[in-house]
Design a protein around this ligand. Structure first.
Ligand code: ADP
Ligand code: MG
Length: 355
């Protein structure tokens, strides 16, 4: 069942058009990530959903209730929507307890108890209740901001780049913890991020935003493996995009003849492979390639050791089309720059829709 629907949401700031007619459906209890580069309109969209801005045109509907129809809107505080802004925006002069309890009735007899429960929900020690925000780490501050938003018992939670100030390890751990607690509470969530890995890992639905438009919406696997166009493909991760001749479910490209799972297309087209689909083997000492397994030769031009993974750039031989392809190899025994390698692909190639 759909919780939130956006119909043709449009927003301009003077000469800048931030949103060009956004359509989006968000299912009840689900997690949606809106991912796009800086300036693509993510925060504008979130603020319109929250009710801090009015769209110029278009409708926002939550559980069947129209919250915005063009500039006529229901005010933010009557929407039942939680919002954690980009910078957390805690009140610096208030204690953690007063930040968390900001929207709660000051005289409610169960106020302290509720604040304590909210601290538990976001896994913060109640011993921190009397601290000020500056006495907390970045991750703890984000949790306080989340607890403050949860205090309203929202049916929908909006998170604007909530993890961007955290360092890598803490970021992944906080993201998982937040996803779990929102799911346990059954709260529909929209996360805005410019980090594609974060979007793919957090969400059931990923909406890719570019220049104020949604370029594609789908499950993480769909948008990653079957992007609509090369720009979306490259935004979501490293991409190997090759020209190919298509025929009856096969693509003949620089890496050989690969299955596509799309028997409708024929003629020239573009295909996508992800670097983790490619394998390299040193050419010296390689036996003849296995029957039916496409293999082609090239030279490693760059080997970027990143620890677990070594990111290789391989220039295919002229005989194989001369393309530069990216390969993720295990960091342990990756070939170095200058090495001659055989490159092979596994799995299927994705054929981009004809534009
Ligand atoms: P994102 O969150 O994806 O970085 P924003 O929604 O903040 O993108 O911004 C989208 C575009 O709208 C940008 O070009 C930005 O400069 C512009 N913009 C956003 N808010 C305002 C504003 N209040 N006044 C003028 N321009 C704005
Ligand atoms: Mg933003």
């Amino acid at each position: 069942m759909t919780t939130l629907e956006l119909h043709g949401v449009h927003k301009s700031y003077g000469a800048v058009t931030a949103l060009h007619g956004i359509h989006l459906s968000v299912a009840r209890g689900s997690r949606t990530a809106i991912v796009g580069p800086s300036g693509s309109g993510k925060t504008s969209l979130l603020r319109i959903i929250a009710g801090f801005e009015a769209p110029d045109a278009g409708r926002v509907v939550l559980q069947g209730t129209v919250l915005a129809d063009g500039p006529s809107i229901v005010p933010a505080h009557r929407r039942g929507i939680g919002y954690v802004p980009q910078d957390g925006a805690l009140f610096p002069h208030l204690s953690v307890a007063d930040n968390v309890g900001f929207g709660l009735d000051r005289h409610a007899p169960d106020r302290s108890q509720r604040i304590g429960e909210l601290m538990d929900m976001v896994s913060l020690d109640r011993a921190m209740l009397q601290r000020r925000p500056h006495e907390l780490s970045g991750g703890q501050q984000q949790r306080v901001a989340l607890a403050r938003a949860l205090a309203q018992r929202p049916q929908l939670m909006l998170l604007d780049e909530p993890f961007s100030a955290l360092d890598t390890g803490l970021r992944a751990a906080t993201r998982k913890a937040v996803a779990q607690l929102l799911q346990a509470a059954g709260i529909t969530t929209i996360l805005v991020t410019h980090d594609q890995a974060e979007a793919l890992s957090f969400a059931d639905q990923v909406a890719v935003m570019r220049g104020g438009r949604l370029a594609q919406t789908g499950s993480p696997l769909e948008v990653y493996l079957r992007p609509n166009d090369p720009v979306t493909a490259t935004f979501l991760g490293e991409a190997v995009v090759l020209p190919a001749r298509l025929s009856q479910g096969w693509a003949e490209c620089a890496l050989g003849k690969l299955p596509t799972g799309d028997s409708t297309r024929s003629g020239d087209g573009l295909v996508l492979l992800r670097p983790e689909q490619l394998q390299v083997v040193p050419l010296s000492g390689v036996a003849a390639p296995a029957e039916g397994h496409p293999v082609c030769a090239g030279t490693v031009v760059e080997a970027d050791f990143c620890g677990a993974v070594c990111e290789l750039s391989v220039r295919l031989d002229e005989a194989s089309g001369g393309a530069l392809v990216h390969v993720h190899s295990a960091g342990l025994d990756a070939p170095s720059a200058g090495a001659r390698v055989a490159v092979s692909a596994r799995g299927s190639a994705h054929v981009f829709p004809a534009s």
